[in-house]
Design a protein around this ligand. Structure first.
Ligand code: ADP
Length: 303
């Protein structure tokens, strides 16, 4: 049975933030695709309309490091988003203890992540929900960012779904302090947390609540102060934390190079206005100094 007269449904791949994701064959191209079925509340017919219009814009967002949105259509009260199918994701790679990641491999993953981010930020689209399982990996080792722009259209999934708790570990301090206006810096912070996770093979800041998340951030990087971050005290949920001095970053990342640590500290800068941008990060000497990033098709793959 075909969906929308075009897609042959295969197995369910998993339950995501917005609904079920299943594998399908695009009979028009023969390509394997992943279809995300998004439940749309019946109460808000208008959402359909706005969502579809915004989704149209996402279809134009084409880059080698962004998952292509191939098609989007409403079907039986659900919105179906058709994406190119990807074999695995960065979370699976990081967690697979049989895979050794060299400094050049880590550099390659970071470069692909930042290229995807820089492209979208240039088009004024934020991700807002960056985490290793949103960084999908294709058959030739290419890393592509998934779910770009969806958080803005369908609302930040935040507290609504229990499996979303991991997203907290990648949340920028301005979001944790309730900032209503924020920018591309939130994605750069998340990418910094992913960088840290690639270096240590373990999530960097594993908060158990939003308050605890800030506590974990401050314990690792030192309490944010007004001199580093002038707007801090004006954020809606600002509370004063007991002062903790930052341990040397080097002590938390014993295997990282000096260049890697310098870039990491710039991505994890508290003041979003002072934080490095994705484009500036790509121009950091970390990416031009030896070892050069591994070619995607030479990256280690799960057996
Ligand atoms: P979450 O919202 O938790 O990030 P998703 O909705 O992105 O989850 O995805 C749910 C499941 O579908 C996951 O197991 C994920 O690996 C899989 N999946 C999502 N997109 C793709 C894709 N483009 N190709 C292959 N699998 C995918």
């Amino acid at each position: 049975k075909k969906v929308a007269d075009r897609y042959l449904k295969r197995e369910v791949l998993g339950e995501g933030t917005y609904g079920v994701v299943y594998k399908a064959i695009d009979t028009k191209t023969g390509q394997t695709v992943a279809i995300k079925k998004i439940r749309l509340g019946k109460q808000k017919e208008g959402v359909n309309f706005t969502a579809l219009r915004e989704i149209k814009l996402l279809k134009e967002l084409k880059d080698p490091n962004i998952i292509e949105l191939i098609d989007a259509f409403p079907h039986k009260g659900n919105l179906h988003l058709v994406f190119e199918f990807m074999e695995t994701d960065l979370e699976t790679v990081i967690r697979n203890t049989n895979i050794f990641l060299s400094p050049a491999d880590i550099k390659s993953y970071m470069q692909m992540t930042l290229k995807g981010l820089a492209f979208c930020h240039k088009k004024w689209v934020l991700h807002r929900d960056m985490k290793p399982n949103n960084l999908l990996i294709g058959p030739h080792g290419q890393l592509k960012l998934a779910d770009f722009g969806l958080a803005r259209i369908f609302g930040s999934p935040d507290r609504k779904f229990t499996h979303q708790v991991f997203a907290r570990w990648y949340r920028a301090p301005e979001l944790l302090f309730g900032a209503k206006q924020y920018g591309a810096g939130v994605d750069v912070w998340a990418a910094g947390c992913i960088f840290a996770e690639l270096l240590n093979r373990r999530p960097f800041l594993q908060g158990t609540s939003d308050i605890d998340q800030l506590g974990k951030i401050f314990a690792a990087l030192g309490t944010a102060t007004a001199s580093q971050w002038p707007d801090l005290a004006y954020l809606p949920d600002y509370v004063e934390y007991q002062y903790v001095a930052a341990p040397p970053l080097r002590s938390l990342f014993p295997t990282a190079s000096d260049d890697a640590l310098d870039l990491l500290s710039k991505m994890l800068t508290y003041d979003p206005k002072a934080r490095i941008t994705a484009q500036q990060a790509l121009e950091h000497r970390y990416f031009s100094s030896a070892p050069l990033p591994t070619e995607p098709d030479k990256l280690p793959r799960p057996a």
